[in-house]
Design a protein around this ligand. Structure first.
Ligand code: AGP
Length: 614
């Protein structure tokens, strides 16, 4: 996610902005920028692609004086990482500057309207459109900045936390938020603004957490004023900060991995934002619209990926074959690239990568591209090497994933693949309308159902404690949940160092059943679906050999509850969407076991977050 800082008071603002941006570096970013107004009333902006240190070098020698300013670290969502797309962004007259964290869904339509009114744009970002809209309203309605921001946000659809600065009014900062976090620190004759409390806590413990659809008008020497989008004044609720800096960066969680597991209701929602409208029966991924004909005529789809992303590709196989009736192959990128594979020009190759920098996946893309295939990317990092190497693609918008073990990236990838398969099914007409609509409604409900699954945390800690000393583990699933069994096994082995294998449940009798004894925990995904009864039989086979069964079941299940040692009940959903929910307890399970074993959860031994070597 982007990082936001702002300050107005009596101190020199630049050092406060830079230090604040450094405090927010953990959020992940690809560019940074600051804007200050000096005593002469000049608005000075410095912004660059790259790290905060590069911004500082760039600003050296420049006029960085002033006691009011804003700063930003950008995690690209619209427009790749470069100097022009970095924040702050100017309005048309360059009198206003804005910084923004979030996604403006209807920015394209607003941009078209502003262009017709003579506005010209320098960047590809949704943020620049917003500051132009604010100025357009301010000028035409002859409004003060605060009310112009309020009026503009009433036209906006999406998520935002913004701070706006007006060159002609250096005594005011206007901030607003919806869906993205924002904290206002209240000092003595000074105010601080930030995405979280980490840049503020050393200056003041008195904070106001801005609520959704609230606008803060911050003026030197005055009390903080807050209005909602209906222009009603809201009394600020000032709280005392209690947690320490270190904890704040992790949002109060002990590890980034746990924070990212709990972010999934929001990250899954963000991966659907602007792409799904169940009521209208609409699903559209802008990134593949230009290639709809290719998808319509494709005789084969090949997924290429590594690790967790490869597991997402396996879910994609079931989704595309069921919804879009296109044959699918799922390839380890490292195997694919060295095998001299048979590739046809009408093949569609979908490369999945959280980091967008995995060397094997990148090499596999180049090979497939050279043989004439159409390459589509599903990446989490805008402007990454893989994103730039593909012909088209859709970003997952999960926000930066800091923990080495992938969690929210997986569910975001599966969400985007579900949307993509539905989009292709729609244009091919391969799904009955009733099922299509049912899936759309179910998909919209997934973030809430993930929230419900997260409530299993206390039970899962108890299960983790019972199995933390295991030396081996088996994960079983069938159909859509077979890839989840593989993902659950990968999570356990990569952070707790317990050997674990994922298997299609029916395959157990072809060998792994020899491993079953009283010591071996067998984690089974036994949710309601076409294969339910068969999975129940597999559980009975394990129990007949005194094996221990811990099952993920559909809430209310009685049959498995009778036979398993533990059950983790998750909300019912369409079978095709079960991967998005059934993976949650397995993520939590591996996390708690790893913590109980004293492992380094966020940086497991021998692992890197992005494998940029072969
Ligand atoms: C997942 O928990 C692992 N960290 C690893 O398997 C990862 O999924 C794999 O290296 C692929 O990375 P990518 O998605 O960034 O390409």
């Amino acid at each position: 996610m982007c990082g936001i800082v702002g300050y107005i008071g009596n101190r020199e603002v630049y050092p406060i902005l830079i230090k604040g941006l450094r405090r927010l570096e953990y959020r992940g970013y690809d560019s940074a920028g600051v804007a200050m107004i000096n005593k002469k009333g000049d608005l000075n902006v410095f912004k660059r692609k790259g790290k905060v240190s590069e911004l500082e070098s760039f600003a050296t020698g420049g006029d960085i004086s002033g006691t009011v300013g804003i700063g930003h670290t950008r995690w690209a969502t619209h427009g790749e990482p470069n100097d022009v797309n970095s924040h702050p962004h100017y309005s048309q007259t360059k009198d206003l500057v804005i910084i923004h964290n979030g996604i403006i869904e209807n920015y394209a339509a607003i941009k078209e309207g502003l262009k017709k009114r003579g506005h010209t744009f320098l960047s590809q970002t949704d943020t620049e459109v917003l500051v132009h809209l604010i100025e357009d309203i301010k000028q035409h309605e002859n409004m003060k900045l605060g009310h112009a921001v309020l009026a503009a946000l009433n036209q906006v659809i999406g998520a935002y936390s913004i701070v706006v600065l007006d060159k002609n009014d250096p005594n005011t900062l206007v901030a607003a938020k919806k869906g993205s976090p924002m904290v206002i620190g209240i000092g003595t004759d000074e105010f601080f603004i930030a995405s979280d409390a980490s840049p503020i806590v050393e200056f003041t413990k008195n904070v106001v957490y801005l609520e959704d659809e609230q606008v803060a008008i911050i003026r030197r020497g005055e009390e903080l004023k807050i209005r909602n989008l209906k222009d009603k004044e809201i009394t600020p609720y000032v709280q005392k900060l209690t947690i320490e800096l270190e904890a704040i960066e992790k949002g109060g969680y002990d590890h980034f991995m746990l924070k990212e597991i709990y972010e999934q209701p929001r990250s899954v929602k963000d991966s659907m934002r602007g792409r799904l409208n169940a009521e209208k029966g609409d699903v559209k991924l802008g990134g593949i619209v230009e290639h709809e004909a290719k998808f319509k005529n494709a005789k084969r789809i090949i997924f290429i990926a590594c690790g967790t992303s490869w597991h997402a590709g396996l879910v994609g196989e079931y989704l595309f074959e069921e919804f879009a009736r296109i044959p699918v192959e799922v390839e380890y990128a490292s195997e694919f690239r060295y095998r001299n594979p048979v590739i046809y020009p009408d093949d569609i190759v979908i490369a999945i990568s959280q980091s967008g920098e995995t060397a094997d996946t990148l090499a596999a893309i180049e090979l497939a591209k050279a043989k004439g295939a159409t390459i589509v990317g599903v990446c989490n990092v805008v402007g990454s090497s893989i994103a730039r190497a593909t012909h088209a693609g859709s970003y997952t918008h999960a926000g930066p994933e800091i923990g080495v073990a992938s969690t929210k990236a997986f569910t975001a990838q599966v969400t985007v693949l579900t949307l993509m398969a539905l989009h292709v099914a729609r244009i091919k007409g391969t799904m009955p309308q009733s099922r299509f609509r049912q899936i759309l409604y179910e998909l919209e409900a997934i973030p809430h159902k993930i929230e419900d699954a997260l409530k299993l945390n206390t039970l899962i800690k108890e299960i983790a404690f019972k199995h933390k000393d295991s030396t081996n583990a088996l994960y079983l699933g069938r159909g859509f949940t077979f890839p989840v069994a593989l993902e659950g096994a990968l999570k356990l082995k990569e952070i707790s160092y317990i050997h674990a294998e994922g298997y299609p449940a029916a395959e157990m009798k072809h060998g792994p059943i020899a491993l079953i004894d009283e010591e071996m925990p067998v984690f089974v995904i036994a949710t309601k679906g076409a294969n339910y009864e068969k999975v129940v039989s597999n559980i009975q086979e394990v129990k007949a050999r005194k094996g221990k069964v811990i099952a993920v079941v559909t809430a209310g299940d009685k049959e498995v509850k009778e036979m398993a040692d533990y059950v983790m009940e998750i909300p019912e959903t369409d079978e095709a969407l079960v991967p998005l929910i059934s993976v949650i307890p397995l993520q939590l399970l591996s996390y708690h076991i790893a913590v109980m074993r004293g492992c380094n959860v966020d940086q497991p031994r021998n692992l890197a977050k992005s494998v940029t070597v072969e």
